[in-house]
Ligand binder design. Sequence first.
Ligand code: ADP
Ligand code: MG
Ligand code: ZN
Length: 492
Amino acid sequence: MATTSHPAISARGKYEPVIGLEVHVQLLTASKMFCSCANRFGDAPNTNVCPVCLGLPGALPVLNSKGVEFAVLAAMALNCRINETSIFARKNYFYPDLPKGYQISQYDKPLAEFGHVNITVGGVTKKIGITRLHLEEDAGKSLHEGFPGASETTAVDLNRSGVPLIEIVSEPDLASPDEAYEYLTRLKEIILYTGVSDCNMEEGSLRCDANISVKPKGQKQFGTKTEVKNVNSFRFVREALEYEIERHIEVIESGGKITQESRLYNSAEGKTYGMRSKEQAHDYRYFPEPDLLPLVVDEKWQSQIRATLPELPEALRARLIADYGITAQDAAVLTISRSLADQFEAAAKAAKNPKRVANLVQSEILGRLKAKNLEIDHSPISMKGVAASADLMESGAISSKMLKDLYDLAFEQNKDFPTIYEEAGRPEQSRDTGALEKIIDEVIAANPKQLEQYRGGKKTVIAFFVGQVMKASKGQANPQMVNDLLAKKLDA
Ligand code: ADP
Ligand code: MG
Ligand code: ZN
């Protein structure tokens, strides 16, 4: 049977993808961007609305300064330069969930520019440029029910109308779907650390449009891009990009041309589809918003905001490595969320040996979490619990075998280590020298050849004896005690 190779697959090596991402992030302000309505997800439809966010004639927007502060904080965390003066602009388009017929956004004078995020893929660290970060308001939400073309009805919820957003536009610096995934992961992590958004993708607090083109390897000039709109998980962004890369190459290889358009990703099918062409030709007729003054964030305000900037993930990881002697891999796991990192640090400070705490997370916690399909911030054993168990091992009170058994119990019963340890009656590994001495005497008596080697000068044979004694004690003996007692008896 003849095998015909897929043209796109065989041609993949001839092309380079070029990717740029536009990310919208909802800010966690108490009220909306230009009115005092509550900014809250999940309320009954159309309950958080007023003349301003309903777009009623004559209603005037009033700027929410908390929204500005949050946007500036995010921009600073992303290494952007803040423009002291930025301009709000009207972006005009018609949509049923956009009652004013325009969205207040920023256009040629955005709040911030020239930022970057560092990503590491395959051991290589790369700086991804951020072109701009600007402030805008969200539109409402259309809810479709029933079957398109038949019984479909659409309802509009305007609770989201006027909610503050930042849009973060990257440079076309991303060269693969994996890099795009990593960029989104790092970006989200940084935003979460600043606390300006919960980045909850299910609730639409973080949304991504992915722009993609391909070009022959080595060519400077970019190819025509398509934009995959509103993808709601990082995994789907990666999949949609993979699909688009193959599709672009296939079109080009068969002599066709890519049309610049917006597309939607169907995650069930793993395919993208072009959106109706009417929606493609956008002319937003931007013009400066006449109802708002230019936004001025002067030096003084900037430095006040900068003072609230928390330690960011990259810096935190470097510091944890330096302060606690943990590895980069330890640090990566322990900084998955800021709260976990704080927990680790508090525990590590209190523990006798912080490195042991990190080691236990790697060797005893992660595997058990994986088996239960749990994230580390939902571990039954808290960082405090890990530290408590680490101290017990450090002092020789419990053996590693005992620790493992107690961890198993903790995961089975969903209880933290201190509780399990108490409930088990604060077990201790045997320190009863009488019983241990008896075992040691038996082991020595049973191994005359090794004894002879030892006494003949081959001191390393002690390791053999330690092993035998630990085995005979079923792992309950304290290794330090075994060592000390053995040495005494062998040298006698
Ligand atoms: P548009 O005006 O269509 O929104 P922009 O120039 O504002 O285009 O860019 C939007 C996003 O698309 C940015 O993230 C940018 O990096 C990315 N981008 C621009 N040109 C290309 C291209 N040829 N291929 C891939 N991504 C691109
Ligand atoms: Mg765009
Ligand atoms: Zn309102």
